[in-house]
Every structure is written in C-alpha cells, then in structure tokens.
Design a protein around this ligand. Structure first.
Ligand code: FES
Length: 125
C-alpha cells in the first residue's frame, strides 16, 4: 500500500492542549501537539464515527465530546470507553447501553513530520 504525503498545516497552527481539524483531501485529520511533538489521528471516534474536533485535551489525552471515550493522542490507545452522553457524565450502569454493543477500540494514528515551515501527514494510499 502506498502512502500519500500531504502538507496540512504550518507549525504555529498546532499547539499543546488544542485540537486542529483538517480536511486532508477528503480525509478528516485531527492534529495536536503533545510534549512538543505533533500528533495526527483520523478525526473519527471509533465508537460511532463522530468527529472529535470539539473534544477536550489534557496531558496528551483527548476526550470525545459525545460519549466521553478517551484516547492517547500519540498512540491512539483507548484509555476509557463511553461514560457520558452529549458530554454529560453518566452513571456506570448506563455505560453498556451507551456503548450500543461497540467494544473499546483506539484511534487511527497517522505518520506525521514537522518541518520548519510545514506539517506533513502521510495518508494510507
Ligand atoms: S462517538 Fe465518541 S464516544 Fe461515542
């Protein structure tokens, strides 16, 4: 499978504790910076495919704004599965209902290169 490298932003646009949503030739990409390094993931939550652009970022972990799942931005690893509804925390007994049969899964990470004047993401071909 060949990769397609696309310039998606300039370094000053991607900051610690913030999310930047980009349409990379039709692929929704979410950028952030963790401990100085730029991270790129596909901007689709593995729970229901919703965009995570309005999520909250803290210590390199993004929280999905819809049902509260949390993911490591660097690895994409899921660290907490659904626990909220429309951003409102819900009691534990509701979590299986909110999950709607979906098992925990991680975000899809993308290779990213930061140059002095550009951030370049590699998309699957
Ligand atoms: S869509 Fe992200 S946790 Fe449900």
């Amino acid at each position: 499978m060949t990769e397609k490298r696309i310039e998606v932003a300039v370094p000053g646009q991607v900051n610690e504790g913030e999310l930047l949503a980009i349409d990379a030739e039709g692929v929704p990409v979410l950028l952030s910076r963790v401990d100085g390094r730029v991270c790129a993931v596909i901007n689709r939550c593995p729970h229901m495919g919703m965009k995570m652009s309005r999520g909250h970022v803290c210590d390199g972990v993004v929280t999905c704004p819809w049902h509260g799942s949390r993911f490591e931005l660097r690895s994409g690893e899921n660290v907490d599965w659904v626990n909220a509804f429309a951003g409102v925390p819900m009691p534990r007994w509701t979590h299986r209902i909110i999950a709607m049969g979906k098992s925990p899964a991680g975000l899809t990470t993308l290779p990213v290169e930061e140059r002095a004047d550009a951030i370049i993401v590699s998309l699957p071909g």
